[in-house]
Ligand binder design. Structure first.
Ligand code: ZN
Length: 383
């Protein structure tokens, strides 16, 4: 008797979905490709659902164009994530053969999701904004619009009183860096804690200006790097426009309106298996005071958590050689303040690896809470 199997069904037609099916006829060699960002050659983010799996049988998937991705060195030491319920994610055995990224799974259920990293959904974003307003006591002070008309919320914790430090934290300019909004969730979670003396100290001296998600169009379309116009928002801080990069244009307007005393831009890094911070040392107007503040931030955060370190990161810019199109450099120069890009790994923190999850949403959330502790100590430093 011949048993006819139901063919695998593979879909990505949902929030942050991205995959192209080349050939799904052989469950032990499913051939797929990552779709490039809209109006851009960037590609790396993937997220798809597989149905009609044979429980207990090994299934193998091949992302055949992985070597053409934006960061093709990122695949060395990388493990893809999977989830049966889209809530609990785990790493699966993954190899890169120089051309394709290959991963396999003998599933315990008949359907599974795979992704580049634990996705932060638009539905969860909407829930997070409600939590921020109703539970964390933040105020929605402005709403920008993306190219396609999605909301970009600016939240403030604090009353905007004269003399308060203005701490800005923005996230996910790069839409595939979903760890960035997990970070924002951790931050908003800490704002909900009662009797937190560290937060009381912070909020007595500072207001927090939060943009939990800078690039909702890009995330929705399953992009790695760009908005709906193909613009890399973190290269748009010198020439932002209503047409091509309204997301940055909006935030810059709001920064001019309220001012900035400290700026953190939250990202994920594809290649480096550590958490690190990049600063604006290559700015033409870089000051010794900015340097002291950076050193203070890095030292304290690395003392507070094993999930931050200072040995690995990007090469430092030479004096005057900063790329001013980056948010960190642009804001640091404009406001002469501490300005940092905070990078979390897609892979894991090799100083404290977790073989089940790798770097994760949960760990991104905890890092945010530790960053708030660090910032609370810094708002009392004289300007
Ligand atoms: Zn980034």
């Amino acid at each position: 008797m011949t048993v006819t199997q139901t063919p695998l069904k593979i879909s990505a037609d949902f929030d942050s979905g991205n995959i192209e099916v080349l050939d799904a006829s052989n469950p032990s060699n499913v051939r797929l490709a990552i779709r490039p960002d809209t109006n851009s050659p960037h590609l790396q983010w993937f997220h798809f659902k597989v149905e009609h799996l044979d429980v207990g049988q090994k299934h193998a998937f091949s992302l055949t164009n992985a070597s053409q991705s934006s960061y093709n060195r990122a695949w060395n030491g990388y493990q893809a994530v999977a989830s049966y319920d889209h809530e609990h994610w785990f790493r699966v055995p993954t190899t890169f053969d120089g051309t394709a990224l290959n991963f396999s799974l003998a599933p315990t259920e008949s359907q599974v999701y795979f992704a580049y990293f634990e996705p932060y959904s638009r539905a969860r974003h909407d829930w997070l904004i409600e939590q921020a307003i109703n539970k964390a006591g933040t105020e929605l002070i402005a709403i920008g619009k993306s190219v396609e008309g999605r909301d970009i919320q600016l939240l403030r914790k604090g009353d905007g009183a004269v003399g308060k430090r203005k701490v800005w934290i923005i996230a996910q300019q790069h839409p595939g860096e979903h760890m960035a909004e997990w970070f924002m969730e951790g931050l908003i979670e800490r704002l909900q804690e009662k009797h937190d003396p560290v937060m009381a100290q912070l909020l007595a001296a500072a207001d927090l200006y939060l943009v939990p998600h800078m690039n909702p169009d890009g995330s929705f379309h399953g992009h790695l790097r760009t908005n709906a116009k193909g613009k890399d928002l973190n290269r748009a801080w010198q020439d932002s426009s209503r047409e091509l990069s309204p997301e940055v244009f909006f935030v810059q307007q709001q920064m001019e309106k309220y001012g900035v005393d400290l700026f953190l831009d939250i990202h994920g890094d594809e290649e480096i298996p550590y958490v690190f911070a990049a600063a604006c040392e290559g700015n033409p107007g870089y000051t010794p005071h900015q340097q002291q503040l950076e050193e203070h931030f890095r030292r304290r955060l690395s003392e507070i958590t094993q999930d931050f370190q200072t040995r690995y990161g990007y090469p430092r810019s030479n004096p005057g050689q900063a790329n001013m199109n980056l948010a960190c450099n642009s804001v640091g120069e404009r406001f002469q303040c501490l300005a940092l890009t905070l990078e979390m790994p897609f892979k894991d923190n090799d100083d404290a690896p977790d073989v089940v999850t790798g770097w994760s949403g949960k760990r991104s959330k905890q890092l945010a809470k530790d960053v708030l502790t660090t910032v609370s100590e810094m708002v009392s430093v004289p300007r």
